[in-house]
Design a protein around this ligand. Structure first.
Ligand code: GAL
Length: 699
């Protein structure tokens, strides 16, 4: 279990069950016991359709191999048309129909989108933007999780739902809210200000401590009374970075409390039914690590752009991240069957691409493939978004045909359920650093996700399995840990990384790591602060590199490599320089260093080095750790291995829109779809994917 920094919420403890976490690990098999197959289905919004259509839906679902649907995600107004009034009859009928047809329900709590009456009758539910202006009802997610009315009425709905369906045989999974903080990640109204003050009072206890943590001696910002504390509303110039960071923590805690409040109600009614909420991959507003302990199954929504299919390789980042949350199988809760409708230009997925990206989810550890949505809407803001059952004649629709073919194939992949991806490499990903490093007024503007992605895509390209890990998370499964620009370093992080290296781990850290503590304050000894001994250096100055400009570094053997983004002027204090700057007033000073600590080694990169060299470098370090790629790298080919007991499944994915031959030596085994024996070379059609159960005896 990860040890994470957790900020207590300001919500009444009575609705939070203190120790529900320990049973989370037993809950996953509970889904498998109801659904021992790859889950397959999508968001089902029957309230948009008449009951005759429901009958047709059941038939089409059965024909397509659908076994799990997410119901009621946006049904609050249909289930609870006025305060205290519930209309469950339609959902009763629907749940019965699902059960009669052998389809399970991922039953949503419906709290992602409040009904109009809530905003109208209880204005504290309305969210506000940073300028202090209210949002208006008429879309979705029009609420702030800091609203007492929102919490009261949403929990009333969840309680009624849980009570009504707790024994329903179709119920297999609970789905809390939907993409928490997706549209309104931060709200700046009166309800938020009140809740922020009490969160700060719990965190700091006194105004002196708050003033100290926020560094309010600067620019005459001293807070003399709790009532003077506001959310970080629009200011004349730069705001207080520590206040901004605390506000992000506070809003994250508010969404977590919303989630945990609903979960406690569900857990009490149905101790054996797992609970999830669908995340959004690399999404900045929600610190997914903070949810790990109260998630039974991780799930997420993936929407890579088909227009970028040639270069993006789908979305391996989001898959690896979601799998890493619990280091267990997860669900791909939503993907588009074909086009979305929310980009400026929307391209459909050409034949084969939907199947390929579904296999990518399986390859990287998912036990379920679901879509948004089952039947394409006729009205509303998403009527041009593709669906499993599109407008027109289903019998001849390409989307439904491809869906049904995939549904049938998944029936042959039961053996995968419960298998996992084992990685010996991890990338440290920290939401708090993400929030803080992207605040303005630094040596340059940072894009944290881009820096993290750069490493991740190299590991993917080179067929090296990789996890993500929280900075204070368990590093014992890993031999190589990469720490890209980890701006905030706490005592616990410093200890964790140091222990990892002392015990023989290899660490690669990059520029702008360890610059501040958890209050956004710089260590008087300069960066990397608490990691100074571990890295054996300190940073004297930063030189932000304008876009388009590059510098160089040179190695002892004369080789030079180009650099960009940021150049750190390093002072060595124990480490050894192995590359030096070739440009700038700091030419000939160290740019890349290594430091032996205990049994392990730290590599420090004081600048961003060109991708080709970086890829070679990380491969060499991985090799040095005894980590070998699953297969030799081949452009556009993704490979992965899932394991369960002594079974191993090799996935090979062709992201190219042309026929490709892949050399699979030294592996051999049985293709789970064709049941043919494979060795040496396999042929893949454009956008094809295959799964081979490996034999033991590969050389
Ligand atoms: C997701 C959302 C769905 C639907 C979908 C469209 O972000 O959860 O409800 O809006 O996008 O792509």
């Amino acid at each position: 279990m990860l040890s994470i920094r957790r900020t207590d919420s300001h919500f009444p403890a009575s609705v939070l069950v203190a120790n529900v976490f320990s049973i989370a690990h037993q809950i996953r098999p509970m889904l498998a016991s109801k659904l021992p197959r790859i889950a397959f289905g999508g968001d089902y919004n029957p309230e948009q359709w008449s009951p005759e259509i429901w009958e047709e839906d059941m038939r089409l679902m059965r024909d397509a191999g659908v076994n799990l649907v997410s119901v009621g995600i946006f049904s609050w107004a249909h289930l609870n048309p006025a305060p205290g009034e519930f209309t469950f009859e339609w959902l009763d009928r629907l749940m019965d129909l699902l059960h009669e047809n052998g389809i399970l329900a991922d039953l949503a709590t419906g709290t992602a989108s409040p009904p109009r009456w809530l905003n109208h009758q209880f204005p504290d539910s309305i969210p506000y933007d940073r300028t202090g202006r209210p949002f208006h009802p008429g879309s979705r997610q029009c609420y702030t999780p800091n609203s007492p009315s929102f919490l009261k009425y949403s929990r009333e709905l969840v309680t009624a739902l849980a009570d009504r369906y707790k024994e329903h045989p179709a119920l297999a999974l609970w789905h809390i809210s939907n993409e928490l903080a997706c549209h309104v990640g931060h709200s700046f109204g009166e309800a938020d200000a009140t809740a922020f003050r009490s969160w700060l009072q719990q965190r700091y206890e006194s105004l002196d401590a708050l003033n100290e943590a926020w560094g309010t001696a600067f620019w005459s910002q001293k807070v003399g009374d709790w009532e003077e504390v506001l959310p970080p509303l629009q200011t004349p110039t730069l705001g207080n970075p520590a206040q901004e960071l605390d506000y992000r923590r506070f809003m994250n805690a508010a969404f977590l409390a919303q989630y945990e409040g609903e979960r406690a109600i569900l857990r009490e009614a149905t101790p054996d039914i797992p609970v999830t909420t669908n995340f959004m991959g690399a999404f900045k507003n929600i610190d997914q690590w903070s949810f790990v302990d109260s998630l039974d199954i991780a799930s997420w929504d993936s929407y890579p752009d088909p227009a970028e299919a040639r270069t993006s390789l789908g979305d391996p980042f989001g898959h690896d991240l979601t799998r890493s949350l619990k280091r267990q199988p997860y669900l791909l809760m939503e993907q588009a069957p074909s086009a979305v409708n929310w980009r400026a230009i929307n391209r459909p997925k050409p034949p084969g691409l939907m199947r390929l990206w579904s296999y990518q989810a399986l390859a990287r550890g998912a036990d379920g493939i679901l879509y948004f949505q089952w039947r394409q809407s006729r009205a509303g803001a998403e009527k041009f978004h593709s669906a499993m059952v599109p407008h027109g004649d289903t019998r001849v629709s390409r989307a439904y045909r491809e869906i049904s073919e995939l549904g049938e194939e998944l029936g042959k992949l039961e053996a995968l359920v419960g298998s996992t991806v084992e990685a010996r490499i991890a990338i440290v990903l920290d939401w708090e650093s993400w929030w803080a490093i992207e605040e303005p007024a630094k040596p340059r503007q940072f894009d944290y996700a881009e820096l993290v992605r750069e490493f991740h895509s190299m590991f993917v390209r080179d067929n090296l399995p990789v996890d993500f890990v929280h900075p204070e998370g368990d590093l014992s499964p890993y031999s190589l840990v990469v720490v890209p620009s980890l701006y905030i370093v706490t005592d616990a992080t410093a200890e964790n990384l140091t222990r990892f290296v002392e015990r023989g781990g290899k660490l690669i850290a990059t520029f702008f790591t360890g610059v501040v503590d958890e209050h956004e304050q710089i260590d008087p000894r300069g960066a990397p602060g608490k990691l100074r001994e571990l890295f054996g250096l300190w940073v004297e100055e930063w030189d932000g590199c304008p876009r388009g400009e590059t510098g160089t570094i040179a190695f002892d053997d004369g080789m030079t490599v180009s650099t960009s983004y940021l150049h750190e002027v390093l002072q060595i204090d124990g480490a050894r320089a192995w590359a030096r700057y070739g440009t700038g007033f700091y030419a000939s000073q160290p740019a890349m260093t290594m430091n032996q600590v205990g049994e392990g080694l730290v590599y420090y990169l004081g600048t961003r080095i060109e991708t080709e060299y970086l890829a070679n470098f990380i491969n060499l370090v991985a090799h040095d750790c005894g980590i070998r790629p699953i297969l030799r790298q081949q452009e556009g080919i993704e490979v992965s291995i899932r394991m369960k007991g002594d079974q191993r499944f090799l996935f090979i994915l062709n992201h190219r829109d042309e026929r490709t031959i892949v050399d699979i030596n030294p592996y051999c085994g049985t293709d789970l779809l064709s049941e043919l024996f494979c060795r040496d070379q396999i042929f893949l059609r454009p956008y094809d994917a295959t799964v081979i159960e490996l034999d033991d005896d590969e050389s």
